[in-house]
Design a protein around this ligand. Structure first.
Ligand code: MN
Length: 227
């Protein structure tokens, strides 16, 4: 097959301990998956999980400079557990979901919060707030074959060494298997999909010069510098 322009590269993520990489199809994100973050965003009503997307080419490897994006004066960090899917399906039962996972990474759902607030107020989509260039920093993936399926463990983020977010995976309202099950009712989950599974409380603003670090026990750490 030939293409009329140069073929577009497939986004991919480093896999810890190997030169091989994980090819990425879609990036799904779960909204408001930790109760305390839901409260800090002004919502306390129970509701099923909801999803939004980031473009695959918005991934940024840990250790990179993060270019401060245009059109925002309120750029926020959201530290998140990321799930990398090896298998997919429709209507995946929660008890079958862990078998579909290749591995786990540490991600940051970077958010132009002022554009998100404007979108919410005006009934507009979240794209501009969530899927701008470099909006999905991510660590290397750790295979589940090596680390298992962490259902608990500290998840934290610091700005210039000061801890801002400090939670535990067991505080998720919908755990990983429940999240995959819900997602697969709305979309056919496919190999290569990443799922950013929501952030604990403590999201906040970052500015040029900030060094953002974070980690999840048993999975790894991430670091980016806002430039
Ligand atoms: Mn998020």
């Amino acid at each position: 097959m030939s293409f009329v322009i140069a073929q577009v590269p497939v986004p991919s993520v480093e896999v810890a301990g190997t030169d091989a990489r994980f090819p990425v199809r879609r990036i799904y994100c779960i909204g408001r998956n930790y109760h305390a973050h839901r409260i800090e965003m002004g919502h306390d009503d129970p509701e099923p999980p909801f999803f939004f997307s980031k473009a695959g080419d918005s991934l940024l490897p840990s250790g990179s400079n993060f270019p401060y994006p245009p059109q925002t004066e309120n750029l926020h960090h959201e530290i998140e557990l990321v799930v990398a899917m090896e298998k997919g399906g429709k209507d995946i039962a929660a008890e079958d979901a862990l078998d579909c996972i290749y591995g786990y990474a540490v991600g940051i759902d970077m958010t132009r919060r002022d554009l998100q607030s404007y979108a919410k107020e005006h009934g507009r989509p979240w794209e501009a707030a969530k899927t701008f260039d470099h909006a999905a920093p991510i660590s290397a993936i750790r295979p589940a074959s090596e680390i298992g399926h962490p259902g608990s463990g500290r998840i934290w983020l610091a700005v210039n060494g000061e801890v801002k977010q400090d939670g535990d995976l067991d505080m998720q309202m919908w755990n990983v298997q429940e999240g995959i099950s819900h997602l697969s009712k709305a979309f056919e989950v496919m190999p290569g999909d990443l799922i950013y599974t929501g952030t604990p409380a403590g999201v906040g603003k970052v500015i040029v010069g900030d060094v953002i670090t974070g980690g999840i026990d048993g999975i790894g750490e991430i670091e980016i510098t806002v430039v």
